[in-house]
Design a protein around this ligand. Structure first.
Ligand SMILES: Cc1cc2nc3c(=O)[nH]c(=O)nc-3n(C[C@H](O)[C@H](O)[C@H](O)COP(=O)(O)O)c2cc1C
Length: 267
């Protein structure tokens, strides 16, 4: 039995809700899947205060005591996660952005490896494709295996043809999502993902220390010595490139530290 949770960030139960509901019903019809539709507006999620305590000390020290961890827990327990939101002023709606800001520390300490992710965006006219790309980027940054999301135009009233196109697109997306859901993946990293991991972890190792949560997170997961976030087949070329990225970052960090320790000269 696989579990899917969809986080819906719309203040009303209309187009985004309907698309999400239909997507989940389609996935459920594919096989043994249990789905949950979580309406974000039913939960208390406060606006980030920007203190960066989550980055530095750890997320449990966040001064806001609300439902953030209930929602993270739902995502952690699921095999698949969907972020669904309407296009508001050419971006994700505020409800979604408030939620994502509270999860900002997950970009520092990704944790959703082996889980599948997709995004559903609805719009009136234009701008939703960029939002889909943004949410896909967020999914990747959190560690998910991302199935490229879809944007649905829901100009009111929708014609029969538009409804058919939406239903067809939802069917295709749910089938792609289901295929990944039943076959968890730990894909070989792309060049850019490998570079991001190796340079990021080298910088964390050299710049931070035990007082930093990012440092202890990486250290405890063995990421200072691993090829990538998780065991995967990294061939000879990527292994060599990985070492090169470590070396480049080591030099950059040393040069930065050197220039920081030099006294400022007045000209
Ligand atoms: C405040 C606000 C801003 C919006 N901005 C855009 C926009 O920039 N581009 C667009 O195509 N649609 C825009 N829309 C339309 C919604 O994206 C569209 O109606 C969407 O399907 C609403 O989803 P819902 O039915 O789940 O609320 C906006 C709607 C609202 C309420």
């Amino acid at each position: 039995m696989r579990k899917v949770v969809a986080l819906l960030a719309s203040p009303r139960k209309k187009h985004t809700y309907e698309a999400t509901r239909q997507f989940l019903d389609n996935v459920q019809a594919c096989g043994q899947v249990e789905c949950e539709l979580v309406v974000l507006s039913d939960y208390q999620v406060g606006m980030c205060r920007g203190c960066k305590v989550c980055f530095e000390k750890g997320e449990e020290y966040c001064p806001l005591k609300d439902d953030r961890d209930v929602l993270i827990d739902k995502m952690m327990r699921a095999d698949g996660v969907v972020f669904a939101c309407p296009n508001y002023s050419f971006q994700v709606c505020a409800l979604m952005k408030v939620f994502l800001d509270r999860l900002g520390f997950v970009f520092h300490r990704p944790r959703f490896f082996g889980k599948v992710f997709t995004a559903l965006v609805t719009q009136g006219i234009y701008g939703g494709e960029k939002i889909v790309n943004y949410l896909d980027f967020v999914g990747n940054g959190f560690g998910f295996t991302t199935v490229k999301g879809r944007c649905f135009t829901a100009f009111e009233p929708m014609t029969e043809q538009e409804k058919q196109q939406r239903d067809q697109a939802l069917t295709q997306l749910s089938q792609r999502f289901y295929r990944k859901l039943v076959k968890p993946e730990f894909p070989v990293p792309t060049f850019f993902k490998l570079m991001g991991f190796r340079m990021g972890r080298t910088s964390i190792r050299l710049e931070l220390d035990e007082t930093s949560r990012d440092y202890t997170y990486y250290r405890d997961l063995g990421w200072f010595d691993s090829d990538y976030y998780y065991p995967t087949r990294v061939g000879f070329i990527k292994r060599s490139l990985g070492k090169l990225f470590d070396t480049i970052q080591t030099r950059q960090t040393r040069n930065r530290k050197k220039s920081q320790s030099m006294p400022n000269r007045c000209v």
